[in-house]
Design a protein around this ligand. Structure first.
Ligand code: LLP
Length: 437
C-alpha cells in the first residue's frame, strides 16, 4: 500500500523510512502514517469529484483520524472537513482549518457545541433531529445569525456491511426518517424557523461499502426526494450530501472499487435521476473518512510472549492490542501483517496475534501465516490508518502509542506517545483519601 516496500536489509520501509529504525527511534507500539499516500488519495478524490464533475465537493470525515497535522494536510489538499463533536471542531479550529469548509454532524450536539460552531462560522450544520433544530434556531437568533443547514434524512437503505456501521436503515438513531413523512415535517418546520436556511439534504448509508450500486440507489432516493420537496413546497434545494462509506482493502478477499468508478457512479446516477424527474442537478458532496486514511497507516508492535498449544493454536502476543485497535474485537475486522524486520522471509507457520489486554477477546488477527516469530521481532499490521488512533483507549491503563508522519525519508512525530503521568493528568485524590501519605 502506498509507499511501502522491502529494503536490502529485508526491512519494511514506508515513506522512505526503515520501520526497524523508526522502532529504534520511537519505540512500539507506534502508529505510522504515510503522508504521500494520504495526499495521493486526496488528489484522486479531488480530481475525480471536484475537477471532473462540476459542482461537487469532497469533505474528509475526520472521525477516521483527527489530529492537527491531518487537518492541515486536508486543508492544503483543498478538501472540506466533517466534524462530529466539539473536540473534532476544536482540533480543526486550532489547525486553522478554513471554517467555511467545515460541516458539523452528530445526532446529539449540545448547546455548547452548536454555539461553538456558530461562533466559529462553520459552513454547514447538518441537523439531525427536532431537538437540535429548535436549539440551533434559538442560538442563531441570540447571535443574530442566519445559519446554513442540511437536513439529515434516513433513506431506508441497507448497505452490505457490518450491522454496527450500517446507518441508512429505518431503525437507526440518525436523522429524520424519510419514508414515513418525518423528513417532510422536519423540512416544513426548518423552513418556518426564522434563522435557519435550508440548503439541502444529507444521508449516510453506512461504511466499508464495496457495492457501488448502494450509492446509485442512494442517489435515486435522494434526488426523488429533492424533486418531491420541490413539487410539494416549491422549495428548490440545491445541495445533496451523500455521506461517506467508500470501502477499502484490509485483507485478502476484500475487493474495493476505484475512486474514479465511485465518482462515475455518482455522476451517472445523478444525471439519470435528475433527468427522470426533470430536476436541476444539485451540488453533490461526499464525505469519505476511511478511504482517505485507512490504507495510509500501519501499526508497529514488538513481539513478546509466545504460547503454543500443540495441535490447537500458537498465540503470538504483541505490546498493544484492543486499546490501540479495537476493530477486530468490535467488528470482527480482519487485518494483515508482516514481520517488519524480516519482511523477505518465507512464511512457515500459521499463528494468531493477540494483544496484552486482560481479556480473551483482545485479538488482532486470527490465523495468519508468518515466518517463525520470536520475541523481539517487529510486527507491522497494515491498513490501520482509519478508526484506530481515533478509537484508541487507555483500557488496562495502557498508554496510547505515538503517531509518526513519514514522507520522503523524514519522520515527524505528530502525536506524542502517552506516558504514565499522562494517565494521572486528570486523577484527583480527595483530601479524605490522602492520609496514607
Ligand atoms: N459521514 C457520516 C455522516 C458518517 O457517519 C461517517 C462514518 C462518514 C461520513 C465516514 O464514513 P467512512 O467513509 O469512513 O466509511 N468505527 C467504524 C466506522 C464508523 C463510521 C461512522 N460514520 C469502523 O471502525 O469501521
Amino acid at each position: 500500500h502506498g509507499t511501502q516496500l522491502v529494503n536490502e536489509q529485508g526491512h519494511l520501509e514506508i515513506g522512505g523510512c526503515d520501520t526497524v529504525q523508526l522502532v529504534n527511534e520511537f519505540g512500539t507500539p507506534l502508529y505510522i502514517m504515510d503522508e504521500a499516500h494520504i495526499r495521493g488519495i486526496c488528489r484522486q478524490y479531488y480530481s475525480s469529484f471536484v475537477e471532473d464533475m462540476e459542482n461537487a465537493e469532497v469533505i474528509y470525515a475526520s472521525k477516521a483520524f483527527s489530529t492537527l497535522a491531518m487537518c492541515r494536510i486536508i486543508a492544503e489538499e483543498g478538501l472540506g472537513l466533517d466534524v462530529v463533536s466539539g473536540g473534532e471542531l476544536y482540533t480543526a479550529l486550532q489547525a486553522n482549518f478554513p471554517t467555511a469548509r467545515i460541516y458539523f454532524h452528530g445526532n446529539n450536539k449540545s448547546r455548547e457545541e452548536l454555539a461553538m460552531a456558530l461562533n466559529a462560522g462553520v459552513g454547514r450544520i447538518v441537523v439531525d433531529n427536532f431537538h437540535e433544530m429548535s436549539i440551533l434556531n434559538e442560538i442563531a437568533t441570540d447571535l443574530n445569525q442566519q445559519v446554513d443547514i442540511l437536513l439529515r434524512v434516513t433513506p431506508g437503505i441497507e448497505a452490505h456491511t457490518h450491522e454496527y456501521i450500517q446507518t441508512g436503515q429505518i431503525d437507526s438513531k440518525f436523522g429524520f426518517t424519510l419514508p414515513d413523512g418525518t423528513a417532510d415535517r422536519a423540512l416544513d418546520l426548518a423552513l418556518s424557523y426564522s434563522h435557519l436556511v435550508v440548503k439541502g439534504i444529507h444521508a449516510h448509508i453506512g461504511s466499508q461499502i464495496f457495492e457501488l450500486d448502494s450509492f446509485r440507489h442512494e442517489v435515486q432516493i435522494m434526488i426523488n426526494y429533492l424533486a418531491d420537496i420541490h413539487e410539494r413546497t416549491g422549495c428548490l434545494l440545491q445541495e445533496l450530501n451523500l455521506g461517506g462509506g467508500f470501502g477499502i482493502y484490509y485483507a485478502s478477499g476484500d475487493d474495493p472499487a476505484q475512486i474514479t468508478d465511485y465518482a462515475k457512479t455518482v455522476q451517472s446516477s445523478l444525471e439519470d435521476a435528475c433527468r427522470a424527474r426533470k430536476f436541476p442537478r444539485p451540488k453533490v458532496i461526499v464525505e469519505p473518512g476511511r478511504s482517505i486514511v485507512g490504507t495510509a497507516g500501519i501499526t508497529l508492535y514488538t513481539v513478546g510472549s509466545i504460547k503454543e498449544i500443540p495441535e490447537v493454536r500458537k498465540y503470538v502476543a504483541v505490546d498493544g492490542g484492543m486499546a490501540d485497535n479495537p476493530r477486530p474485537a468490535l467488528y470482527q475486522a480482519r487485518y494483515e501483517a508482516v514481520l517488519a524486520n524480516r519482511a523477505n522471509e518465507e512464511t512457515v507457520e500459521s499463528v494468531s496475534i493477540t494483544g496484552k489486554c486482560c481479556e480473551s477477546g483482545d485479538m488482532l488477527i486470527w490465523d495468519i501465516d508468518l515466518p517463525k516469530a520470536i520475541s523481539g521481532d517487529i510486527l507491522a499490521v497494515s491498513c490501520t490508518g482509519a478508526y484506530n488512533y481515533s478509537m484508541s483507549s487507555n483500557y488496562n491503563r495502557l498508554t496510547r502509542p505515538g503517531v509518526v508522519l513519514v514522507k520522503d525519508g523524514h519522520a515527524d512525530v505528530i502525536v506524542k506517545r502517552e506516558t504514565h503521568s499522562d494517565l494521572l493528568r486528570n486523577d484527583i485524590l480527595p483530601a479524605r483519601l490522602k492520609f496514607l501519605q
